[in-house]
Design a protein around this ligand. Structure first.
Ligand SMILES: [Zn+2]
Length: 595
């Protein structure tokens, strides 16, 4: 057994995928479902099959084994994936396994450089020269423990500290790291961050991939300077503190989204851990997906927006409400009394007070209605219409029709707006709903075929006792899933290791979809009763095919009699008798008695 097989056999795909996606087991079977991490969706179409070691999304067709999943979600090469998983699960990796992998090496070097930089920044902050920066942090309520936990640091004012320490990596890696920049006159490098308070940005797995640097002197511009995008840092997909926040976020099915690093550190240090921020960008679809896969589980998770009480904060809140609702999340808005930002409030009132505040956060539509009232003149009909129009986009994003109507009416009442406007908004929404893609379904396939296939997939014993018979049966050409059964038969005959992947590879795209659907539909079959169930299905399918054949013959006979073609009709009567005789005893029963 090679290392990757050995590693795979020790990994539990549900456990590995479960670190990224909240999965729900279907009944007591081997199937788990969750929201797909690879595309945006409101209802789960992502499945993991624990015994087959296989995942599949019916929305975007992402599929594969445990390695493919980690490769896809982390954006790693195959060798990197093996290394990552082996490290994560403490499984020793043989030395000869370390193959040539330029992309993996590049990423590993960049991560190492960031780790070195973080350590340098941290020791600067701890040293005597860091006194001023430490005092600033303490004045903002960040304790020594908080500084260590978030690995805060200080960049050296000389602009040469990192350059010297990173020299051993060579100029091209230095440039790729984004930690240093090339002098315009081409005479070497300088540190990108100088005399700034440094906030390391971690990826979901907790590795440092970038930095945010805050100016310490009032006239230093910009106030916040962030790492550029690199091979390891994609701004649009990273959330600050997600690596720490996700544990509590999963416990509480909620996430608190705040504006900046200091808010995150303040709120987190006060004991409310499910808090995150974007890294100097506005919230995008990939980040929303990251949030969702932590908190949306059996029902939609909750996002609490708590931005600074200024016009920019309000604009972000307004924009994000529609985006988050559109992704099926529940949204609340937390406005902090006294015009404070979250960090200041926690400092003055403590974590418990903040927690109570989050529990009283208002639903987004109350917040929007309040905002509409303050923006428009509600005494005029025009103002009321404008007010409602402002809120409409968010309401239109509500998935459930009844809930949408209730909210719309409630807001109309609150704003004193005309009901006709409400109806208009909802009608427009219904039109767009009808454009939604049709639901793919396998419902037209006979249940017994689906059951039979499930049995064959589930049980080696069922395959070995049924396949031979099915192959020689004249039932096969009549089955709707004929090609899938044939693929199973061929694999079985070839003695290839049986896996859904191998079958899928032999199917045309339309059937691949159906096949994947069937793999994950729970038909209540267990491995123990699979053979018996398979025989039962075969019998049912055979007798049904006989009935269909007989009915068709009878119809033709009647037709010929009416046309006066008695001789032809008699020939068909003969055939009908033959078919009826062939069904007694049922062929499948004979197969089972010889099996
Ligand atoms: Zn998907």
């Amino acid at each position: 057994m090679n290392f990757s097989d050995q590693l795979k056999s020790q990994l539990n795909i549900v456990d590995v995928v479960g670190q990224y996606v909240r999965l729900k087991r279907q009944g007591s079977g081997p199937r788990y479902v969750g929201l797909c991490p690879f595309h945006s969706e409101k209802t789960p179409s992502f499945g993991v099959h624990s015994t087959l070691g296989y995942y599949k999304c019916f929305g975007c067709d992402a599929a594969g084994d445990v390695f493919k999943f980690v490769q896809q979600i982390e954006g790693l090469t195959f060798p990197e994936t093996l290394k990552t998983l082996a490290e994560r699960y403490g499984i020793p990796m043989p030395e000869q396994q370390r193959v040539d992998d330029p992309e993996g090496k590049l990423r590993a070097a960049l991560l190492e450089m960031h780790e070195i930089a973080a350590e340098i920044f941290q020791s600067n902050l701890r040293a005597a020269a860091g006194a001023e920066a430490r005092a600033y942090l303490e004045s903002r309520g960040v304790s020594r423990a908080g500084m260590e936990e978030f690995r805060l640091g200080l960049s050296d004012p000389s602009g040469q500290q990192l350059v010297l320490r990173l020299q051993k990596f060579g100029p091209s890696l230095m440039e790729e790291s984004g930690l240093v920049a090339k002098r315009q006159d081409g005479t070497g490098f300088y540190d990108r961050f100088r005399a700034r308070l440094m906030f390391p940005i971690h990826d979901e797995a907790g590795k440092i991939i970038a930095f945010g640097g805050r100016a310490l002197r009032p006239n230093d511009e910009p106030k916040y300077l962030n790492s550029p995008e690199t091979k390891i840092y994609k701004k649009s997909s990273i959330l600050y503190n997600l690596n720490r926040a996700k544990i509590d976020a999963r416990k509480r099915d909620r996430m608190i989204l705040v504006e900046g690093y200091m808010d995150v550190i303040g709120v987190y240090s006060a004991g409310i851990h499910e808090v995150i921020a974007t890294c100097g960008t506005s919230l995008g679809p990939q980040q929303i997906r990251s949030i969702k896969r932590q908190i949306s589980y059996e029902r939609a998770g909750e996002v609490i927006l708590s931005f600074d009480p200024d016009p920019a904060g309000a604009r972000s809140t307004e924009k994000y409400i529609a985006m988050l609702i559109g992704e099926g999340l529940r949204v609340k808005v937390l406005e902090i009394p006294g015009g404070l930002d979250p960090d200041e409030y926690v400092q003055q009132n403590g974590g418990e007070a903040f927690r109570i505040l989050t529990e009283g956060a208002v639903s987004y539509f109350h917040w929007l209605a309040e905002r509409a009232r303050s923006k428009f003149d509600m005494r005029t009909a025009e103002g009321r219409v404008d007010g409602f129009r402002m809120i409409a986009p968010a309401i239109q994003q509500v998935n459930d029709r009844l809930e949408r109507a209730t909210i719309a009416n409630e807001i109309a009442e609150y704003l004193n707006a005309d009901r006709d406007i409400v109806r208009q908004v909802l009608r427009r929404d219904l039109n767009s709903q009808s454009l939604a893609k049709p639901n793919r379904s396998t419902s037209s396939i006979p249940l017994n075929e689906k059951l039979l296939l499930s049995c064959l997939l589930m049980s080696e014993e069922a395959r070995s006792s049924i396949c031979h018979y099915l192959f020689s049966s004249d039932l096969l050409p009549l089955l709707e899933l004929r090609s899938i059964f044939e693929a199973v038969l061929v694999l079985n005959a070839e003695g290839v290791t049986f896996s859904p992947d191998a079958i899928e590879n032999r199917l045309e795209p339309r059937l691949q979809e159906i096949f994947a659907d069937l793999t994950f539909s729970d038909l209540g079959i267990s491995e123990e009763n699979a053979t018996e169930q398979a025989l039962h299905c075969l019998r049912a399918l055979e007798s049904k095919s006989v009935v269909v054949k007989c009915n068709s013959l009878k119809r033709q006979i009647r037709q010929l009699e009416q046309e006066g073609k008695f001789e032809d009709a008699l020939m068909l009567v003969d055939e009908l008798n033959k078919v009826q005789r062939s069904n007694e005893p049922n062929r499948a029963e004979r197969a089972s008695s010889t099996a």
